[in-house]
Design a protein around this ligand. Structure first.
Ligand code: BG6
Ligand code: MG
Length: 217
């Protein structure tokens, strides 16, 4: 049966988690509290609005909607400053080999990201044309762990959920894929991503043999 691959963006294809962290940290510091890299783990895969709620929880801050709207704009402005400087060099190790291998085999591929900045980032790193469909934070209502971003991708690719393979670096994303019986491949720390069907430290560990296994399963 025909398989389709869906890739998360932040933390899977590009290493933007550090940029999100720096921009949230500026906001936290402006509001008078600290925000550590360890706390940033909770922000992976989570929508922009939900991220702000978590940040305010960490700082024990209450805010009006107007304040929150302003902070979301200033955080994103700082983040955009970082992504403007991105180049092909910011694609994570091993990713291009995997994408090119699947492309050569004409395997349907989609992007499934919570980010509203997904398209400019893909353009900056030269991967905009790699995917048959891009589903991002501008298209979905419900954030991961809701599977909407992946089910929408599967429908665009016209492939059954059970024949979709999802690459994710966040717990929320792995849970989203698992909840609709897609195959989940976790990229990152095995202790964090243990719910995934397969786990790799990064894409350099993914062999063409493994990809063939998934394609021919
Ligand atoms: C996800 C990131 O991919 O996108 C989250 O893992 C981020 O950290 C979310 O909050 C939303 O991104 P953006 O670019 O729309 O603020
Ligand atoms: Mg991610």
């Amino acid at each position: 049966q025909k398989k389709g691959f869906i890739f998360d963006l932040d933390g899977v294809i590009v290493d933007t988690a550090g940029f999100h962290y720096l921009a949230w940290k500026t906001l936290a510091n402006d509001l008078g509290f600290e925000f550590t890299e360890e706390q940033n783990e909770r922000f992976k895969g989570v929508s922009r609005v939900r991220s702000l709620e978590i940040l305010l929880e960490i700082g024990k801050r209450k805010a009006t909607q107007e304040e929150k709207d302003g902070w979301l704009i200033s955080k994103n402005a700082e983040y955009l400053g970082y992504i403007e400087k991105m180049t092909k060099e910011d694609i994570l190790p091993g990713v291009l080999d995997v994408l090119n291998y699947l492309k050569e085999k004409n395997i349907p591929m989609a992007l499934g990201s919570a980010s509203k900045n997904a398209q400019p980032i893909l353009k900056r790193v030269g991967l905009f044309d790699m995917f048959d469909f891009i589903v991002d934070g501008n298209h979905v209502e419900k954030a991961k762990p809701d599977p909407e971003v992946f089910t929408m991708g599967a429908e665009e690719l016209e492939i059954d959920y059970k024949n979709i393979i999802v690459f994710e670096d966040s717990i929320a994303g792995v849970q989203a894929a698992n909840s609709v019986d897609m195959v989940s491949v976790g990229i990152g720390d095995a202790s964090v991503l243990h719910e995934a069907d397969y786990i790799f430290k990064d894409f350099t560990e993914i062999s063409t043999n493994f990809l063939d296994q998934l394609i021919n399963a």
